[in-house]
Design a protein around this ligand. Sequence first.
Ligand SMILES: Cc1cc2nc3c(=O)[nH]c(=O)nc-3n(C[C@H](O)[C@H](O)[C@H](O)COP(=O)(O)OP(=O)(O)OC[C@H]3O[C@@H](n4cnc5c(N)ncnc54)[C@H](O)[C@@H]3O)c2cc1C
Length: 439
Amino acid sequence: MMLAGWGRYPRVECRVIAPRSRDEVVAAVAEQRSLIARGNGRAYGDSALNTAATLDLRRADRFIAFDAATGVLEAEAGALLADVLGCLVPRGWFPPVTPGTKFVTLGGMLAADVHGKNHHKAGAIGDHVASLELALADGRIVRCARDENAELFAATLGGMGLTGTILSVQLKLQPIETAYIRQETLRARDLDETMALFEASRDWTYSVAWIDCLARENELGRALLYRGEHARRDELSADKQAAPLAAPACRTRRVPFDLPAIALNRWSVGAFNRLYYRHAKPGTTIVDYDRFFYPLDAILEWNRMYGRGGLVQYQCVLPKAASHAGLTALLSRIAAAGAGSFLSVLKLLGPGRGMLSFPMEGYTLALDFRADPANLALLGELDAIVTAHGGRVYLAKDARIAADDFRRGYATLGEFAAVRTKVDPERKFSSLQSRRLDL
Ligand SMILES: Cc1cc2nc3c(=O)[nH]c(=O)nc-3n(C[C@H](O)[C@H](O)[C@H](O)COP(=O)(O)OP(=O)(O)OC[C@H]3O[C@@H](n4cnc5c(N)ncnc54)[C@H](O)[C@@H]3O)c2cc1C
């Protein structure tokens, strides 16, 4: 099959194996000489692609157990986050960490050690995993936890499928009173104000900013900051109090065809960003969890807006002390090129945990670019700025960084490689990305 990540760049012909059960997953791992696991294909680039064998795990998606006393869910790795929400929000439980789309599998979330709008308070998804089961290159199945195969556990969280194939996971959820978020919107006029608002929002559970990536000079870094808390029942209107844990209304639309490349240019993006910034209404509202966490999921196949050639997402993180200088340099370069995207996101992360996991304490910037030669060259320049400021890029978004630039960002790469050499000396688990980066 022709396969790609969410960015639809690159696209390659892969042999796909789609096991229907845990036993079939284990058999496929044992039989193949080279393979990579694939969840729901929401990583943007080439991390879930292996031309020899890509293991599509979406059918290994059973829920195994849920403990309503502790909130621990045990499920197969192919289970979708959307199904976890659909099943457990009505019972008063919410994922401890969620990315900006619910169309990801639990295995994909662990493999990328995903972070959410609460990283500064709650850490990454790996911080909430009680244990996981892993199929190793030699066919063995091992249980990993903080006190059992601890090194392998740490390497697998964020390890992008390169230590083995995750079969199942025990994940601790958080209790909620309602399916709603109390959201506050604040406007910041420039980067100083945006960063000050993040600092002032440290006590909030969730915080994230949309940043106008084409604003320049004294408006550089202007943003809308959204912060939120799970709403209590008594904060809801009377009609919502009647069913506080009701599922959000389904309001999806689909991008019906690939937009022509010309539709996305510095004028259309600039106009959108100006309107978005000016028309936002600062203040407090109660919104359902879909609106707060997954606004992009309402537009199915929104990746088609970037045309047939696809898109690349650039996500980097800069150490806190270097964030102001680094963000100024990055945003200035992007605005000068006029190449940014409609929705660019800025977030303050808390400390990370090493190995191949992306988060580190500092600011992370994420934005989309049409995958064309000019933009790919620009991203090379952004890499140089990021590495010069001690930052790194996120593997789950990457499709193109050079191996040297990548390596400079991850000081604990050697530890990861050592674990991998112990469990997979032949590098059976490999992806286009791991080969490109010589991981
Ligand atoms: C709109 C959008 C918003 C996003 N927002 C965020 C965000 O806020 N924060 C964030 O951290 N990420 C975010 N992401 C990225 C996304 O959460 C990750 O790429 C996630 O890994 C995708 O999960 P998936 O099931 O689609 O995995 P895939 O894309 O299929 O695979 C991703 C990686 O996981 C590995 N993998 C998958 N399943 C297994 C398994 N069972 N065992 C071992 N390895 C496995 C693959 O080999 C690959 O390396 C976003 C992506 C999109 C499209």
